[in-house]
Design a protein around this ligand. Sequence first.
Ligand SMILES: *Cc1c(COP(=O)(O)O)cnc(C)c1O
Length: 393
Amino acid sequence: MTAVDHNLLGDSQIPLPAVDDHVIDLRPVPFVDLSLEHDLIRDALDGAVRSVVEKGDFILGEAVHRFEEAFARYCEADQAVGVDSGFSALELILRGLDIGPGDEVIVPANTFVATAAAVESCGARPVIVDMDPATYNIDPDRVAAAVGPRTRAIIPVHLYGQPAEMDRIAAVAARHGLAVIEDACQAHGARYRGARTGSLATAAAFSFYPSKNLGAFGDGGAVVTNDRALADRIRSLRNLGSTRKYHHSERGFNRRLDTLHAAVLEVKLGVLDASNQSRREAAHLYEHLLGPTPLVLPVTLDHGDHVFHLYVVQVEDRSSLQAYLHDEGVATGIHYPVPIHLQEGYRSLGYGPGDFPVTEAAAARILSLPMFGRMPPSAVIRTSQAILSYFGI
Ligand SMILES: *Cc1c(COP(=O)(O)O)cnc(C)c1O
């Protein structure tokens, strides 16, 4: 049991932590802890796994189809196709749109490497664009400038859980006849001008990596789209080009979502909105408590409904704060320390230091604070107290 210091909250309008949260004492504070969420739905998860084992339909079983329908409905879209990762979701969308060698696809400089890796994997070339300094998302003005004769698609990433500037990106795409592919791997359940991620473009890629807002018990992903023909093509591509057993209308891959994961995801989808709400509340509390510090806090645009996959701040002397927090028992992360264009594996793209200065400047200053579904307010307070004491506040 821990005594939560309510004095820190001052006379704010923020509701005090619910009584139950007081008994959850995360010491040290982990960067992510999935067990709090899983404890709430333990019986349902156990039941879901048991029913798949009893049924034995491990490959493209009933739960896959049920989850696909439920996830499409959740995203307010027509179709969802379960695949084995977010990377595969991106790659299969590109292949489903016949994007390949000779084509260019615009991606942001500040993202997880998978966004660009998927483009390369289908033989196309990722063209990197710098980020907006306030939101960390791809800068729509620079997107327009990066379009060339070989450009086929734009992949905006809803980074850290906040939707990208989709209207402005859609306008550029319409002008040049390009596809727009949402990388929604960090933004399950977020909304942009009222509409869910997954319903905002040609197609969207989701990852169910365990620590994502909606996570499986291993790797998983989904393509979401309103384009029935594209969904059917991707259903075939994920299953070795097969639409009927042992008949292959084209060459494909083995990129299926396992039935076990789908059964787990079906249960977790039922509590995703509540989980995202708990992330927003944690972010709100951070914002209040960290206000007096020199940290640059996340900017939330009013067009969107941020789901705070990550809570990213900027600080001048990052390594010193990070070491201090480590000693205080608070785990942190950096998303991402090396932009794609400076990664060794991407040297052949021909970019170098200075090419994307906004991303490079941020990469040296960003720090991700602990954030996860059902994060107890006591853990937000403990983290914030450590930061305040670092600054001598
Ligand atoms: C996690 C993630 C991916 C890739 O997802 P995997 O399931 O790990 O392949 C792609 N893009 C972004 C922005 C991500 O955060």
